[in-house]
Design a protein around this ligand. Structure first.
Ligand code: 5GP
Length: 180
């Protein structure tokens, strides 16, 4: 793995794809443990655009029937959280009375996940669970329970595996960190 340049910044290799895949195997097993054999049809919600790769990898491993919807929220500009969560694209399906599994790329301050959980409960979701590929535990300061966390990372800005720096870098299969 080599250093990459996106816009004006350099990023160095951080988490190779095989480690990401193993972490997804493990987190998918936890989701299966809770949902396999369920009689309802839960809705998996992919938070665009960052969670596209994680959601597709997770879905391949799930052993229960589910529907898939998407939503696009935004709180980040460049490499920083703005603290304000905006809805860029509304939910593509109905969650009334349904159990929902939010599929998130990364939980940082938790503002996005908190806003999304409140929105889904307000729309009548029966239960909201959160499944995230990455968590920055040093920054996360909300009370929302994170049901399934694949990997924890220190407070650094990362790209790859769906995550971007100003829309670039999403296509890499490995994760890279900002090289200061
Ligand atoms: P939060 O609302 O928890 O502060 O931030 C969550 C969102 O901010 C994520 O869904 C993601 O879009 C973005 N984000 C947070 N940390 C990073 C990071 O290290 N790299 C990238 N590319 N996006 C991040």
């Amino acid at each position: 793995m080599d250093r990459i340049k996106l816009h004006d910044k350099f990023f160095r290799p951080f988490i190779p794809n095989d480690r990401i895949e193993s972490a997804i195997d493990a987190v998918a097993e936890k989701v299966n443990l809770d949902f396999e054999g369920c009689e309802d049809i839960p809705v998996v919600i992919c938070t665009l655009t960052g969670a596209i790769m994680f959601t597709s990898e997770l879905l391949k491993r799930l052993r229960f029937q589910c529907e898939v919807s998407c939503i696009k929220l935004s709180s980040y500009q460049g490499t920083r959280s703005t603290g304000t969560v905006l809805t860029m694209l509304g939910l593509t399906g109905d969650v009334k009375g349904r159990r929902v599994i939010i599929c998130e790329d990364i939980v940082d301050t938790g503002n996005t996940i908190l806003a999304l959980q409140e929105m889904l409960l307000a729309q009548g979701a029966a239960e909201v669970r959160i499944c995230t590929l990455l968590l920055k535990p040093d920054v996360y300061d909300k009370d929302v329970k994170l049901d399934y966390v694949a990997m924890e990372i220190p407070n650094a800005f990362i790209v790859g595996f769906g995550l971007d720096y100003d829309e670039l870098g999403r296509q890499y299969k490995d994760i890279y960190v900002l090289d200061q």
